[in-house]
Each structure stands twice: as structure tokens, then as C-alpha cells.
Design a protein around this ligand. Structure first.
Ligand code: BJW
Length: 248
């Protein structure tokens, strides 16, 4: 990490009251959860269109469920890392703090973050394909694949947003409102290619917010940021937290 850039980011954060954070799979990478794209990404080994689309589920619900059940088993024993922990502490450091995540792993909540805006749903929740009811099911592995609704017998599906599906309008509207009302936005561990999540920092910047990005690799957002901190969020966020406390 470049010390001057980290100091600039800390100075920037020390001067604002309202902060919004957008996270992606990279924030959970140091906990051992694979990302989607990139070297060991899930999409390198599995084809998104065969597993994360409504058409895939229609075609072969058991195959899709086997993949999700495997991922639930992978995530179940995983613990939040120092990056998640700093973000949980920051909710009480700023007068206004919001955390918007594309992740479905629930690790921000496990770290103690409250009221997380989950853009793409949550892998621990299941939704009835007929009635639309949502329930939280932590059991892993699931006893039956595909699981069925205890009330009507229809298949349950993961309560996540697949490609080609719309995000929950209320959740999306809230994410844009928070983005457009913050003074600084941190964009952490996302390749910034999946829409509409990738538009949030642009909406924030248009409304006057400063943008800080944390990622080991540059992304399509990088040229539009005020500060780009190259590195892992589990290392950079604790360092930024220390600098911020010295500055404030
Ligand atoms: C670290 C690190 C460390 C590593 N520290 N960092 C234009 C053209 C074509 C299609 C579209 C288009 N506009 C919109 C679309 C459709 C599509 C889309 O955006 N496609 C793009 C790929 C082009 N979007 C949708 O379909 C969305 N719905 C929608 O738009 O509805 C209206 C509509 C429909 C149809 C057409 C047009 C409009 C829904 C998107 C749903 C995404 N769902 C998934 C799966 C969720 C369930 C599950 O988990 O199984 O969400 S896909 C996957 O990508 C997952 C993620 O949340 C999402 C984003 O990935 P993320 O988090 O950025 O992860 P990675 O792996 O990409 O990046 C990790 C980053 O971390 C990397 O940069 C690393 O460098 C970094 N990193 N280690 C910090 N230690």
C-alpha cells in the first residue's frame, strides 16, 4: 500500500460525516470465500449461464442447487476478516454510515454490521418459487435437493439475484439514495462490472461524493476515483482505521 495515498484517503474520510461503502466478493476473499472473476474465481471453474440464471434453474434445479449447497457448505464455517470488522466498527464512527454489499455470504452481519443493504440477496435465505415467501435456513448440507416449500410443496430457490433478474426495487432505490447522499464512498473488492451495482459510485460522484477504491487490481472504476488504494481490504482497512483515528 502506498502510504501517501492511504494518508490522503484518511484525510478525506476525516473531513466527512456521511460515508457509504459498496463491497464485492474481494472483501470476503481473505476469509476464504472464492471471488467470481479473477484467478481462482468461481466463474473460471463453472459457467455462470449454466448456474446463476433463472433459465438454468428452470432447466436443471438440482444441478443449480448442488452448486449453491456446496457454496453454503464452504461459507458456513468461515469467519469475517479484519476488513469486515473495521467496517462494522465504522458504523459507529461516522454520523451517517451505510454499507451496501453485492455479497450473499452474510459475513458483514456476522462481523456485527447492522442494516446491511444486500443488493444480490442472501445465500442463507430460500424463496418459494410459487408463493414468494422467504425463509432463513442455516442447515448445511440441505437434507433434500431441491428443497421444497413446507407450505405448498413447490421448489424453493436461493434468495439471490441471478443474471437477467431485476434487483428488488426497494433495495435498489435505497442503495441509490444512500449513494447520492453520502460525502464519501468507498468501493471495496468488486470488479465493478456487474450492473446496476457498478453504477452506484458514478451516482455518488455525480452528487458530489469523493470516491476511494480498495482493490489489488485496477477496475473500470479506477480512472474515475479520487484515491485508489492497491491491495487487500483485510490489510488496507485496518491501516486506514489507524490513520483515521490519528487524524480525527
Ligand atoms: C480483492 C481481494 C482482496 C480479490 N481485497 N479486493 C449490459 C450488457 C449485457 C448485460 C447487462 C448489461 N447491463 C446489465 C446487464 C445484465 C447483468 C450485468 O451486469 N452483466 C454484466 C456482467 C455485463 N446484470 C444483471 O443481470 C442484473 N440485473 C439487471 O440488470 O436487471 C435488469 C436487466 C436484465 C437483463 C438485461 C439488462 C438489464 C443482476 C445481476 C445479478 C448478479 N448476480 C451475481 C450472483 C449472485 C448470486 C450468487 O452469489 O450466486 O452476483 S453474479 C456475481 O457478480 C455476484 C456478485 O455479487 C457480482 C459482482 O461480482 P463482484 O463482487 O464484483 O466479484 P468479482 O469476482 O467480479 O470481483 C472481485 C474483486 O475483488 C476483483 O476486482 C478482485 O481484484 C478483488 N479482490 N481479492 C480486496 N483481498
Amino acid at each position: 500500500m502506498n502510504d501517501n495515498l492511504a494518508s490522503s484517503a484518511a484525510d478525506l474520510l476525516a473531513r466527512v460525516d456521511r460515508v457509504a461503502v459498496v463491497t464485492g466478493a474481494g472483501v470476503s476473499a481473505e476469509s476464504g470465500v472464492p471471488t467470481f472473476r479473477g484467478q481462482d474465481g468461481l466463474w473460471r471453474r463453472y459457467r455462470a449461464e449454466t448456474l446463476a440464471t433463472p433459465e438454468a434453474f428452470e432447466r436443471d434445479p438440482k444441478l443449480v442447487w448442488e452448486w449453491y449447497d456446496w457454496r453454503r457448505g464452504l461459507i458456513a464455517p468461515v469467519e469475517p476478516n479484519p476488513g469486515h470488522q473495521v467496517l462494522a466498527v465504522w458504523q459507529d464512527l461516522f454520523a451517517g454510515f451505510s454499507l451496501i454489499t453485492q455479497n450473499v455470504d452474510g459475513l458483514h452481519a456476522k462481523a456485527g454490521s447492522r442494516d446491511v443493504v444486500e443488493l444480490h440477496g442472501n445465500i442463507w435465505k430460500l424463496r418459494c418459487t410459487r408463493e414468494g415467501t422467504v425463509s432463513e435456513v442455516r442447515e448445511s448440507p440441505l437434507p433434500q435437493l431441491p428443497p421444497v416449500c413446507p407450505s405448498c410443496g413447490a421448489f424453493l430457490r436461493p434468495h439471490v439475484v441471478w443474471f437477467g433478474e431485476s434487483l428488488d426495487p426497494a433495495v435498489l432505490e435505497r442503495a441509490f439514495r444512500l449513494s447520492e447522499s453520502c460525502q464519501a464512498m468507498l468501493v471495496i473488492g468488486t470488479s465493478s462490472v456487474v450492473q446496476p451495482a457498478a453504477s452506484l459510485p458514478f451516482a455518488a460522484a455525480r452528487a458530489g461524493a469523493k470516491i476511494v477504491e480498495i482493490n489489488p487490481e485496477p477496475t473500470p472504476l479506477t480512472p474515475h476515483t479520487d484515491v485508489f488504494l492497491a491491495g487487500r481490504s483485510g490489510e488496507i482497512l485496518p491501516a486506514l482505521d489507524r490513520l483515521l483515528r490519528e487524524t480525527r
